[in-house]
Design a binder for this molecule. Structure first.
Ligand code: SF4
Length: 223
């Protein structure tokens, strides 16, 4: 069984093509700018086989590029469930993707993924820990594994004004992302703040403005 926060039947943002996105509950990280803190706890227990069968009904919509993305929270926190679900999807001929924050190293799941989308929250070890609350080890191992096994992967980096939008850091992210098919810089936004308030949590980045378009354009030029 696997604990699921929610499912988006036909999304177009988490990986190529039209995809079903399965948001796993639970995350080992506590990113200061998390826009999904409601996924940290709770969730509904689902059977992996039943979930894979359910995805089959959307197969006609996936087309050549689409499929199913495991997201979260952190999908790799529930290692066994993630591996079982990915195996079930592959058996049913469905393209798979994992959207991970880089907090858990799970080679068995990575092997079963056609595409891994991985965040680099910050290139420096100490700042990484300050932002996420965890060590960088799992991220480094995952990136190494993806390169060694010639797996397809994309890297994402959220640019927060004054925290992760420094040009030198973005260049370091680029170096760490060696082998990635693409690097996406995501502008920090404040759309998740109300979720923190709703959960009775103090939002650590109170007062930080969203990243401006001009700054994002400048940073993208570095890539
Ligand atoms: S890894 Fe994702 S879900 Fe987990 S705390 Fe960070 S932003 Fe939130």
């Amino acid at each position: 069984m696997v604990k699921i926060h929610s499912v988006e039947t036909l999304g177009a943002l988490d990986g190529p093509g039209i995809r079903t996105v399965i948001f796993f509950a639970g995350c080992p990280m506590r990113c200061v700018y998390c826009h999904n803190p409601d996924t940290w706890q709770g969730g509904e227990e689902r059977d992996e086989r039943e979930l894979a069968d359910w995805c089959v009904r959307y197969k006609p919509y996936y087309g050549a590029d689409g499929g199913v993305t495991l997201s979260g929270g952190e999908p790799l926190l529930q290692r066994d469930g993630a591996v079982k679900l990915l195996t079930g999807l592959k058996e049913r001929g469905i393209n798979t993707a994992i959207d991970t924050g880089g907090g858990i190293f799970c080679p068995d799941a990575l092997k079963l993924s056609d595409l891994t989308i991985i965040d680099i929250k910050h290139p420096d070890e100490s700042v990484f820990k300050k932002i996420t609350g965890v060590e960088q080890t799992a991220l480094i191992k995952t990136l190494e594994f993806l390169r060694t096994h010639k797996k397809r992967f994309w890297v994402r980096h959220v640019c927060v004004p004054g925290l992760t939008d420094n040009a030198q850091d973005v260049l370091k992210v680029k170096a760490m992302a060696k082998g990635a098919e693409k690097i996406e810089l995501l502008p920090y936004h404040t759309m998740g703040v109300h979720k923190w308030e709703k959960l009775g949590l103090d939002y650590p980045l109170k007062g930080t403005p969203p990243l401006g378009e001009e700054k994002l354009r400048e940073l993208n030029e570095l890539l």
